[in-house]
Design a protein around this ligand. Sequence first.
Ligand code: ADP
Ligand code: MG
Ligand code: MG
Length: 883
Amino acid sequence: TRWVYAFGGGGADGDASMKNLLGGKGANLAEMSSLGLPVPPGFTITTEACTFYYANGKSYPAELKAQVAEGLKKVESLTGKTFGDPANPLLVSVRSGARASMPGMMDTVLNLGLNDETVDGLAKLSGDRRFAFDSYRRFIQMYSNVVLGLDHHMFEEILDEHKDRLDVRVDTALSAEDWEAVVADYKRAVEGERGEPFPQDPNAQLWGAIGAVFASWMNDRAKFYRRMHDIPESWGTAVNVQSMVFGNMGESSATGVAFTRNPSTGENRLYGEFLINAQGEDVVAGIRTPQPLTKAAREEMGDVQPSMEEALPEVFTQFKAVVEKLEKHYRDMQDIEFTVEKGRLYMLQTRNGKRTAKAALKIAVDLASEGLIGKEEAVMRVEPQSMDQLLHPTIDPASPRDVIATGLPASPGAATGKVVFTAEEAEKLGGAGEAVILMREETSPEDIRGMDAARGIVTARGGMTSHAAVVARGMGRPCVSGAGEIHIDMKAGEFRARGRTFKAYDIITIDGSTGEVLAGAVKMIEPELSGDFATLMGWADAVRRLKVRANAETALDAQTARQFGAEGIGLCRTEHMFFDPARIAAVREMILADDEAGRRGALEKILPMQRQDFVELFKIMEGLPVTIRLLDPPLHEFLPHSEEDVASVAEATGLDPKKLLRRAQELHEVNPMLGHRGCRLGVAYPEIYEMQVRAIVEAACEVVAEGRPAPIPEIMHPLVAKGEEMKFLRDLTDRTAKKVIEEKGCQIDYKVGTMIELPRAAIRAADLAENAEFFSFGTNDLTQTTFGISRDDSGRFLGYYIDKGIFEKDPFVSLDTEGVGDLIRIAAERGRAARPDVKLGICGEHGGDPASIQFCETIGLDYVSCSPYRVPIARLAAAQAAI
Ligand code: ADP
Ligand code: MG
Ligand code: MG
């Protein structure tokens, strides 16, 4: 087997299409090299080697050693340097690189190959002893941290002691001798911690680093990131070993990152940051404040230090040409890492850049308008889930802003919450449902859970490409980074800015679109749904086949749904209407009634209210279909249970407390979700469903009488299992509707159908289709009844299943296409065989889940229905499923 692929010198063994094998970084390094771009030579150890490593008790394939040695030989001949040669040492970086980029989640080691001898060689060769020891101290720190597992604070403390001693503030002020002294202390500290000296053998260093990259695939950060982004553990990471180039060789050297378009707004303008005389992660680590790339950006920011365009004009011109070429080649916005060594440009990485939803939209629409991609491709470019970010509120421009501090607009959107200073606290409070804003000096990968639990993030340091900024954009969290006016005092539990002091838990608001941090809560406004959003949605709507409806009961939900483009209501749960405080008394009276007559009396009171619900919905939906599910939950859900509650209900309603309690006890069920609920209520107490059918048909007549578009009610019976049940319900529905239609003398086209939420219903779909004109797959319950897993209790144990890889995803979130999906497929086939025009849809959480929507497309359902805010997600996912 071939485990190693070389790149460099104007060619490569691999190319961009080999991401699965070489990881994203390795594949693109190979591609860039073949494009003739200046890429330092190196080689990639495949992801398959990583998979092998974990499948074989953390051991390497037998051929690997020889192949790595051969790869290293090639690099040596291309660079003219020799690994471990004290006179002319080759130094390498060892970099991880998975198929999907996982920024900052895994570890990189730079300057590998340095030891007490090669550092002298490097000093002589470069004529720059300061540079050589700067590189060595970086290497010792990184290697000790990443490979030997020593805490980086130890090194920072040593460096700070030296700086204090020398009375300097910035690293660049240290001389060669100073760095030599730092290196000596570093080595002593490492030996003190480990009981053995820092490894001097370059080969041992190399294998140590390769092992550490493989090991980092299983670290907690990486695991959490994978879970969050649905990246399978089985993919593994590649390892890239690449000859070093040095951005820390003085004033004509630099390192930087660039985006070919603005990753926050999508604006088509080169965007990025760089630092003179720096290496590696200095730019993103927030140690020094990086400078913009272009003169225009520098002028806008009012910065005093020169941009790259001004400081290194010749390299900048070359760089601009390279990045333009890359964007055209990949036909997408690129996120680029580069280094300039003594005026020479080197490309270290390119990938399709991560971006906010807003930027993704704009870039997709712009690239299509520029003719670089087609409209369908533009539709494929936007991740449906990310639309969520666009549908959430921003700060009302008209409301007053009490600005505490400003920073960089690192991730758009606004959020209000209690300020906390640690990720742990954000996780704790956020997990408990509180809105918190996480404020940090700067964030690091360890903070990722806290960032996820926070509504928004503020950092005092770091640029637009800092860890906080990149991760927040990926999560869709609003973020303000580099708000330098903020001084966090962890000990006092407060922060200060512009002469004001705020305590932990004070309410603040952040505006990630302007970079402002504001005191208190601020008025928010609903999102703008025109412009690029409307354009892309239009393209999506033109290609999708599946219709998209919304689950909605209230007028507000229905309005939101229509505004987001819903083409009907797929699920109106009538029980939600019963909980209205104005009518719950009548509902309880109905439940307490001793006989049918008593029940009918109470239902009389509910009828006009229920009718009014439907009138309102029908008006908003203007002739679009509205699926109304008749009463579904067990009746005891409407009764108070504890003695205390019973007493207060009795007092408020005048109902007899003893009777209330007795009835609640009578209705108690051991297993209510499999108990007296759904159409079983309609079978036992037909008068309840009769009242609901009457309310629906009367409402439709009323709306028609007002001269509005005729509603299309679809009356849906829940939890049906048998053909005979469906027949009984069909007769009940038709009989009642006919009566109303005759009374009112109006013409209403209604449909009668059922939810499919029991395995028996799916298997016997043909029986049901005799009397059901539509099926709506209630996949929440169907998942529950198919697995026999209670969805209300599954939270307690599903985690174990996901950890152990038995379930890849929570089946209540993403449809189990194998089992539950097969039942849906069977029901669709059998239903259609019995009634060719039976209408098929899905409601429940899965209706807004892109993977589940993909499945609905493959089996040819007619529509999906989801919560109003997910309608745009579903429209886009349905389009992608059709392409
Ligand atoms: P990440 O995936 O976290 O971005 P990288 O492997 O890209 O990690 O490495 C981080 C940084 O280290 C790069 O952006 C670059 O600045 C520096 N680096 C990596 N390899 C080299 C190299 N061969 N020469 C110089 N700098 C390098
Ligand atoms: Mg890294
Ligand atoms: Mg990188």
